[in-house]
Design a binder for this molecule. Structure first.
Ligand SMILES: [Mg+2]
Length: 277
């Protein structure tokens, strides 16, 4: 029997848990649930692969939807990427993500180049990316030895109109093959962003519950790192059929229709889950 768990930290995905999609309409019940977590005794941190907003812009969008959020309450793959690149002393970059974030990178201390020699080619979601942009990046990787950094590697996403669009993983994979260079991945499902979130909370994986609408991309890593995991059906999957694509050992510990239904899950229930392991 495993030791009793005392869950203190909630790590929370944004899209599909707090809000439905990029229109930032709250999932029913999620505003009161999220805002009430501190009084219920839980630390909380949002863990997001968002690469289209600055951290400040994302916090503002969530506050507009009713959530009590500041940049201190989140780790996004953009912020995590900047933090890690600075730590690796790679501050001269070719940015292939959303053009609207170029000034944010500069204010964060980075030099942005259009082509040629640089420390890293950084890939994020960019709905207007062209083949000419990829052409600019290729010599930096092949001839100048730049690192390929993917803020995340999702192949597609649903835009604000619900249309399926190519994501950064698609063009990252093209660059990877053309340049024979594996990318350094920052966001989920890579462990890097999970570790940064735990660091920011000052917490341990064994005391964390990761909540997401995506058991494949988000929860497998959390579970491998020793966290409890909760799959909510308020986002991209309306039922648990997707679990059929997963190894049983990766299945989430808890499943709920929407995040506020997790309120009924007490420490005791989580103990029961972990004791059954
Ligand atoms: Mg999600």
């Amino acid at each position: 029997m495993s030791p009793t768990r005392d869950i203190r930290h909630y790590l929370i995905d944004i899209e599909g848990v707090l809000v439905r999609d990029k229109r930032y309409e709250p999932v029913p019940g999620s505003v009161d649930w999220y805002n009430g977590l501190p009084d219920a005794g839980y630390d909380r941190i949002l863990v997001s692969n968002n690469t289209t907003h600055t951290p400040e812009g994302l916090a503002e969008a969530l506050r507009g939807a009713g959530f009590d959020v500041t940049t201190e309450d989140m780790v996004t793959s953009v912020a995590a990427g900047a933090h890690l690149l600075r730590g690796w002393d790679k501050t001269r970059i070719l940015w292939l993500g959303a053009p609207g974030l170029a000034d944010w990178w500069r204010e964060a201390g980075f030099e942005l180049v259009e082509r040629g020699k640089c420390d890293a080619v950084v890939v994020g979601l960019n709905a207007d990316l062209t083949v000419a942009d990829l052409d600019r990046a290729l010599p930096s990787l092949v001839d100048h030895g730049a690192e390929l950094v993917a803020l995340h590697r999702n192949l597609f996403y649903l835009d604000g109109h619900g249309e399926r669009r190519f994501g950064p993983g698609f063009y990252c994979d093209g660059l990877t093959r053309a340049a024979h260079r594996e990318p350094v991945v920052i966001g989920k499902p890579h462990e890097r962003i999970y570790r940064l979130a735990l660091e920011k909370l000052g917490g341990r994986a064994e005391q964390a519950l990761f909540i997401s609408d995506d058991p494949l991309s988000d929860l497998i890593t959390a579970k491998k790192m020793g966290m409890c995991t909760a799959f909510v059906l308020s986002g991209k999957y309306p039922d648990h059929a997707v679990l059929g694509e997963m190894d049983q050992e990766d299945w989430p510990d808890l499943i709920a229709d929407r995040p506020d239904a997790l309120d009924t899950i007490t420490h005791g229930a989580i103990d029961a889950v972990t004791d059954g392991e």
